[in-house]
Design a protein around this ligand. Structure first.
Ligand code: X5A
Ligand code: ZN
Length: 678
């Protein structure tokens, strides 16, 4: 298994700058690279990465996407004076040339290809290329938007040709639409292009109709271009997460890429003068961590935009930290997408419904004109209030903020969220089990637990279950693990127990020793005591194949599958549609995942779930497993190993409809669950 995170940085890419007064381009400065690298050094991240060297891309490589004439034209700029550079630049939209531009553009592309080579040949698992000029706006025969050669688009072609990569996902989280990349692959079903971007109903640069949700690719590439236009500024963490859960992640799982390229622009982060969005730096750790279970961990990040040096560098460091396997700091603040974001999500899903299995049973309506949206809807049938009431004022505090104020804000924000990760990753307790993976973990001694100790954790003094010897033995393993996790001596833990009835007591115990909120996810049969179902500190999601209807409330959410189906696809669907949004809203400080023996769910699907649950509580999770044959796979996931893809992702209509009904019941209380306006 490939390990290590590559980092590419080379000062030579700072050797071009704007030589005349040209406000459109004044923000693309060399310091963007040095500020990012300095911050990486400051956080001690540089020495944790594998440094990769830069090379110049060859003409043949550039020609994978660009025309001969354009290549020659760019070459000629190396010998131009300022007047000539000026008039050459003005032939294009929002780009400037310098005598070193050609050289730097070749280094920028070369750096990107070096990263792809290192990842595809398994020398490293993932990596980040700090490059300039950026690439995603550049076209076959045009420079555009600070971009000269399209680094990421060429990298995708390169991977296809050199490594025979059959499916590549490009995630373009830069705040601008990467129209150059989109155009390159619009007819190519082997490259799935996802971009979100500030759009404001075409009022924002580059003002293209083709950046709207209706542009979905052409010919055999239809359905493989996904555009998410943001029609308001001020989009924040909840909006970005909702986009990932509702669109990108289920698509990505279905597409099953062999390689992911990220057009990593950080102008989508808070404080950026171009984007005017509100996502905080740690949001990018979450977005990164959400992509890491895919493509066997093969992720190449390539810098695009990002013009607030502080925001750029902090967000970039968060991304690199996630790539290195550090758990993301919890997201703070209200988790509710705004109405405009929900409208965009709904439109994208409606547009893509014919092309994606996970949208097959989805009710699709396009909101044609959001400003007069009520005319397009039967308001009697759809309740808008719930969304509208939650539409937070998209205020513009950031753009008007002075640099000093912003730095003060960032200083205190970063101080609040950054904590030291435990030195040990995974602990286990219990009887000896044959598992090579457990040998890599810390063994924790079980302790003796008395009935008295446990009885206070049990509701209504119902101590009858304590007569069960094995329950006390199980808790004797579970409590020390939770202790170690909460003291941050280890990040996570795993234990095998004979029944899952210990899991509710474990959740209670987590609260008594200091967690404000616990997420308890049970997969399989277990008795959930009634008072836990109503406890607002403990969010219980109970996934089983029972037929009986259980009462739903905001803190007890039963997901009951139809008995006789394979559920792997349904589980993943439920994870993105419901479980992750719920968990982000609850903001647990401890996660407990209890897995039964005979769940009908493949170990690999459970491993993916385990990986995704490490997004919360800084990765503090305890896995309680009833089956010893799951231990190897689940421990591997806790250790942060890369995972193979989940096999079949078939969705069962009845299960999907059941989930939709649940969402309706829960969206009022858990706002992040809402991803359509009805
Ligand atoms: C790479 C990038 C932005 C160009 C903006 C022109 N380009 N107004 O962020
Ligand atoms: Zn940008």
């Amino acid at each position: 298994m490939a390990s290590g995170t590559g980092l590419i940085y080379d000062e030579r890419m700072m050797s071009y700058n704007l030589l005349w007064d040209f406000p459109d381009c004044s923000i693309e400065i060399p310091e963007r690279l040095s500020a990012s690298f300095d911050k990486l050094k400051q956080y001690g991240l540089v020495e944790r990465c594998v440094q990769l060297s830069v090379r110049e891309a060859t003409e043949e490589e550039i020609s994978l996407v660009h025309s001969e004439d354009y290549l020659e034209a760019v070459k000629s700029t190396a010998f131009m004076n300022v007047e000539q550079l000026k008039s050459f630049s003005y032939k294009y939209d929002a780009v400037y040339f310098h005598p070193n531009s050609n050289h730097c553009a070749k280094l920028s592309l070369g750096a990107t290809l070096q990263l792809v080579d290192a990842v595809m040949s398994d020398r490293i698992r993932n990596g980040m290329a700090l490059v300039r000029p950026p690439g995603h706006h550049s076209q076959k025969s045009d420079a555009c938007g600070f971009c000269i050669f399209n680094n990421v688009a060429i990298a995708a072609e390169y991977a296809k040709q050199r490594y025979g990569t059959k499916r590549i996902l490009i995630v373009d989280w830069d705040v601008h639409h990467g129209q150059g990349t989109q155009n390159t692959f619009e007819e190519d079903p082997s490259v799935l292009y996802f971009s979100w971007h500030r759009y404001e109903h075409q009022q924002f640069w580059p003002n293209l109709k083709d950046s709207d949700y209706s542009a979905i690719g052409k010919g055999s590439g239809t359905g493989f271009t996904i555009n998410m236009p943001w029609n308001k500024v001020g989009m924040g963490n909840a909006d970005y997460l909702a986009a990932f859960f509702s669109i990108l992640l289920p698509m990505a799982y279905e597409f099953n890429p062999e390689l992911i390229l990220v057009s990593a622009g950080f102008d989508s982060a808070i404080g950026d003068p171009e984007g005017e969005m509100c996502a905080t730096p740690e949001c990018f750790a979450h977005l990164t961590q959400l992509l890491m279970p895919l493509a066997n961990g093969k992720l190449c990040f390539v810098l695009e935009g990002g013009y607030n040096l502080r925001s750029l560098s902090e967000s970039l460091c968060m991304t690199v930290r996630a790539l290195l396997g550090n758990p993301a700091p919890p997201l703070i603040g209200q988790m509710q997408p705004c109405l405009s974001a929900v409208e965009t999500i709904q439109n994208v899903r409606a547009m893509h419904q014919p092309y994606w299995k996970f949208l097959k049973y989805h009710e699709a309506h396009i909101i044609k004109d959001p400003s007069t949206k009520k005319l397009n809807f039967a308001i009697e049938e759809h309740n808008f209030e719930s969304v509208e009431a939650t539409d937070p004022e998209k205020n513009m505090t950031m753009p008007s903020m002075e640099k000093e104020d912003f730095d003060v804000f960032m200083d205190s924000h970063m101080k609040n969220i950054l904590v030291l990760a435990p030195s040990e990753r995974t602990a286990w307790a219990g009887d000896e089990i044959k598992s090579a993976k457990l040998n890599q973990c810390l063994k924790v001694e079980a302790k003796e637990i008395s009935m008295e100790e446990v009885s206070i954790l049990i509701s209504g003094g119902d101590t009858a279950q304590l007569e069960n010897k094995s329950l006390l033995l199980s808790l004797g393993c579970i409590f020390p693990l939770i202790d170690k996790i909460s003291k941050r001596e280890v990040q996570n833990g795993i234990v095998v127990v004979p029944t899952l009835s210990s899991s509710a007591i474990a959740a209670r115990y987590g609260i008594t020793i200091g967690a404000s909120r616990v997420l308890l996810l049970v997969v399989g049969e277990a008795d959930i005591p009634t008072d836990i179902k109503a406890d607002e500190k403990i969010l219980v999601v109970y996934i089983c194949r029972k037929h009986d209807t259980m009462g739903v409330n905001n803190y007890f959410i039963p997901i009951c599958w139809k008995e006789d189906n394979e559920c792997d696809g349904d589980l993943l669907y439920a994870t993105f549609e419901l479980i992750l949004p719920l968990a982000y809203s609850h903001r647990p400080e401890l996660v407990i995942l209890a897995v039964g023996g005979n769940t009908g769910i493949e170990a690999l699907a459970l491993a993916h779930l385990t990986q995704l649950l490490q997004l919360f509580a800084e990765g503090q999770i305890l896995v309680i497993s009833q089956a010893s044959d799951l231990v190897e796979t689940l421990t591997s996931s806790l250790l942060g190993d890369t995972l193979p893809a989940v096999g079949s992702l078939v969705l069962n209509q009845e299960n999907v409809l059941m989930l939709m009904k649940l969402k309706q019941e829960l969206k009022q209380h858990w706002k992040l669950v809402q991803n359509s306006v009805y």
